[in-house]
Design a protein around this ligand. Structure first.
Ligand SMILES: Nc1ncnc2c1ncn2[C@@H]1O[C@H](COP(=O)(O)OP(=O)(O)OP(=O)(O)O)[C@@H](O)[C@H]1O
Ligand SMILES: [Mg+2]
Length: 471
């Protein structure tokens, strides 16, 4: 059975044939974990996944020396740091996420789900750079030159049109050959590019890596900043940007709910600035615009308080970000209750449900639980715990929490509220946004009194419930 499965699933390019056995030495890389194998095989030795190996060239050391031989050692005191002087794009939120602008010679990967707005964002960045007198090469492997022109027209007149050059090209070497006298290069997308040195189809892990290596070399050699667009797919059928994350300098992710116009740009890796920094944009017919009051942008608006909704006073990067967390507890239709979390680690939800059941005495084992972080934000902070449990309890009891309350706090296994990082900016922001109460963990630094804001310290989930539900 297993063997039959193998034979039918070996892709033609993976079968050993006289063509693939040509002069260039190759190895087989797992698309899932990157483990290298000398021969094709059905199962990866590294991660145990089936059918994930793809052929990749082994670079000979000779080539490597040839390309780096011009570099000479420089003492740290004499090292020239002009190369890390940033070029502002003029797009404030974008510059903020990058850490103050583009670093010459840096490679920035912008990833996000299909249709989230990656091409639009980079075209807008290109337009702004062009307006500042830069010459930009926009390599498009996915869309035609005409499609980009249509998008640019939708974004409105910019004045920099003569400085943006569109190149419909899918060969990485050809694109790099064109790149000589430009100030920045956009490659949309890295999955559409293929190196002439490899035989696999564009988008497979070896092509993605090879093409990225070609653009990275260009950036480092000629100090031209390069922006790469990277797709993420849930199935993993196409090589995701995961394999690139080590190679590039900056990884930006664009997230948000495709049904709403709000988008969050987040840096998950940055060799030249803080990670976790966020930028908030609104996507409209004329492209992205910066949001004026970003900390409140993702808050929902209800006419009256609703059961199962709590405002979490979060912080992303250096910026407070208040989001609404919604929960729905509903009797389970099947034996095993479901735990579905959007924008939150599902394992965290399972843990919080167990704490509520064991410590809080809430019979959740026969309830399906659904959690949604409104606006498509992905929360990474554990301080969101308190908002999650208050929403669950609110939904289970069908009892709303007053909408002038914001909360934060991590919950421990005994139901205690643990000290949260960076309490003062959260509390200050709550006051600024007009909340009249914040429920926060008891442990933590002393806070100054703030006018019109009641700061309520809770030791554990029980005292938090009492305050929130007034019971
Ligand atoms: N006329 C329009 N008015 C408003 N929004 C539009 C209009 N046309 C397109 N959009 C928005 O632009 C989005 C597509 O943006 P874009 O092509 O930049 O996304 P992408 O991330 O590059 O997608 P892909 O993964 O397909 O390359 C659409 O999902 C839509 O929301
Ligand atoms: Mg696109």
């Amino acid at each position: 059975m297993g063997n039959l499965f193998f034979a039918a699933n070996i892709a033609p390019e993976n079968r050993t044939s006289p063509i693939t056995m040509s002069k260039k030495k190759t190895q087989y890389i797992c698309q899932s974990c990157g483990h290298a194998h000398p021969k094709w095989q059905g199962r990866c030795d590294g991660c145990g996944e089936w059918n994930t190996l793809v052929e990749e060239i082994i670079e000979t050391p000779k080539n490597r020396f040839a390309s780096t031989v011009s570099a000479v050692p420089v003492s740290l005191s004499k090292a020239d740091k002009t190369a890390v002087e940033r070029i502002p794009t003029g797009f404030g939120e974008f510059d903020r996420v990058l850490g103050g602008g583009i670093v010459p010679g840096s490679v920035v990967l912008l990833s996000g789900e299909p249709g989230i707005g990656k091409s639009t964002m980079l075209l807008q960045v290109a337009i702004r750079l062009a307006n500042a007198g830069k010459k930009i090469l926009f390599v498009t492997g996915e869309e035609s030159v005409g499609q980009i022109k249509l998008r640019a027209d939708r974004l409105g007149p910019s004045g920099g049109e003569d400085s943006i050059f569109l190149l419909a090209e899918t060969c990485s070497e050809a694109a790099v050959a064109e790149a000589g006298d430009y100030d920045a290069i956009v490659v949309d997308s890295i999955q559409a590019m293929a190196s002439a040195d490899l035989q696999g189809a564009a988008g497979n892990v070896s092509q993605v890596r090879q093409s990225a290596a070609i653009f990275i070399e260009l950036a480092k050699r000629s100090h031209i900043p390069v922006f790469l667009v990277g797709h993420v797919t849930k199935s993993g059928a196409i090589a995701g940007p995961k394999v690139l994350e080590h190679a590039v300098d900056v990884v930006l992710t664009l997230e948000g709910d495709s049904q709403s116009e709000l988008r969050l740009l987040r840096s998950t890796k940055n060799r030249f600035g803080a990670t976790g920094e966020i930028g908030v944009f609104s996507m409209g017919e004329n492209g992205f615009s910066e949001v004026e009051n970003p900390s409140a942008a993702f808050l929902g608006h209800h006419d009256a308080p609703v059961p199962g909704s709590t405002v979490f006073a979060g912080i992303e990067g250096n910026r407070p970000l208040f989001v609404e967390i919604q929960a729905l507890a509903s009797p389970a239709a099947y034996g095993t209750p479901q735990r579905v979390a959007q924008g939150l680690d599902p394992r965290r939800l399972i843990m919080l449900a167990a704490i509520l059941e064991r410590r809080g005495g809430l019979p959740l084992s026969r309830q399906d639980l659904f959690i949604n972080v409104v606006g498509g934000v992905n929360l990474t902070e554990r301080s969101a715990d308190l908002a999650v449990v208050l929403s669950i309890v609110g939904s289970f009891r069908d009892k709303p929490i007053s909408d002038d309350i914001a909360v934060f706090g991590e919950i421990g296994l005994t139901g205690e509220l643990r000290r949260a990082p960076r309490t003062p900016p959260r509390v200050k922001e709550a006051a600024r946004l007009g909340f009249s109460k914040v429920i926060i963990p008891e442990a933590g630094e002393k806070l100054p009194k703030i006018k019109d804001l009641e700061i309520i310290r809770a030791k554990d989930i029980f005292s938090a419930f009492k305050t929130a539900f007034r019971d």
